[in-house]
Design a protein around this ligand. Sequence first.
Ligand code: UD1
Ligand code: MG
Length: 452
Amino acid sequence: MTARKCIAVILAAGEGTRMKSATPKVLHTIAGRSMLGHVLDTVAQAGISEIVVVIGPGREDVAAAICAQAPNAHIVVQTDRLGTAHAVLAARGAIGTVYDDLLVLFADTPLIEPATLKAMRERLVGGSAVVALGFEAPNPHGYGRLLIDGASLSAIREHKDASDTERQVTLCNSGLMALDGKKALVLLDAIGNGNAQKEFYLTDAVTVARAQGLATGYEIAPESEVMGVNDRTQLAAAERVMQDRLRRRAMLNGATLIDPKTVYFSYDTRLGSDVVIEPQVVFGPKVIIGDHVEIHAFCHIEDASIAAQASIGPFARIRPGSQVGEGAKIGNFVELKKADIGPGAKISHLSYIGDAEVGADANIGAGTITCNYDGFFKYKTVIGRGAFIGANSSLVAPITVGAGAYVGSGSVITKEVLADQLAVARGKQMAKDGWGSAFRATSEAKKKALKA
Ligand code: UD1
Ligand code: MG
């Protein structure tokens, strides 16, 4: 089948008014990637490199998102929304007659999997000119219904056009369709708009094909794979399905998730082997985790890489641009931002380390803060290999602490500390013998005099 030429047309011209959003519906995200982005990726994973996306007029934002992810995809604009067949025909120039298979996908049906696209194409190979993708719906209201006769498809009836008997049918149309690429334009051009909504229905490709004596078929997918997203409750439902997939994939690839339902992945989270993830961990986009890393409970990690054997959290926040070296320890209530932490370094408690480099095996004491921002600009802190920063120190950037240096606890360091130096920058401790008892005696006498 790989020899067959395939083109995918993704419909993304809908207005998505039910999202009640300034952002176009298809750019709303699931697991950190837009719905349209998921569909583009699925098509690519299915080995289809010819892609056309049909967008609405004035949607430069959608066009920009397509260019960023799939620069080879063609973009066409459907100016008037006259129905799903009309939308596919907006891609007429790209479809032509050179492809064996034409797949039509919806950008608001983001959970579709490559294997299902493959199965639909197999039915084209089997001789069908039109293949619909159906699903069993416990509540079919509103969907088009697949009217079948054994393995062949007699018609798809839109809910608004269906008779009472046809409305009893629970096998619904997902909307996705595969068509014989050589015949697609002829079929689509023969579709009229004599129906309840005065729209050109893609679904009518079935009756048109049958009238021409062509075979039509269908494939069935689980509802969770073909659910459409029209409002934010459905967006949340799609997020649940996607998160369950990502959790399952992580576990099957060798990660331990102690309470999977409480771990949230990004579509691109990469985990090494034997990673342990405790409950309540959230991954933003662009995270790479090495082998044998332990992520303790309640961590938030985004755009960061964590090398093998490192230990993170509980309660750590790893912000964008951070790298944690092999075997390093990032403990509780530690925030990293754009920080490069060397192998074996320890930042065990209550620290903010931002715009910083921390050398291998350095020890950063509890409560250490890199003061990286003056309200206008950000400055860098460099801490050398094996340095020891005493607890509750402030390192005022730009600043360098040399390798093997010691900073006394409670210091406010504003000048460079050279390698192997001890730097202490805090008020000197003074001591007055008997001060406590003398203070109490005068204070008690004062209080007595006021009461008298
Ligand atoms: C469609 C199917 C229906 C199926 C349902 C599944 C048709 C005629 N009906 O109905 O059988 O059960 O999906 O959700 O196909 N679009 C455009 N331009 C248009 C019209 C639509 O780009 O002119 C896009 C929409 O953005 C959307 C998709 O096509 O992504 C489907 O359109 P929609 O209006 O939602 O079709 P339904 O009435 O839901
Ligand atoms: Mg719809």
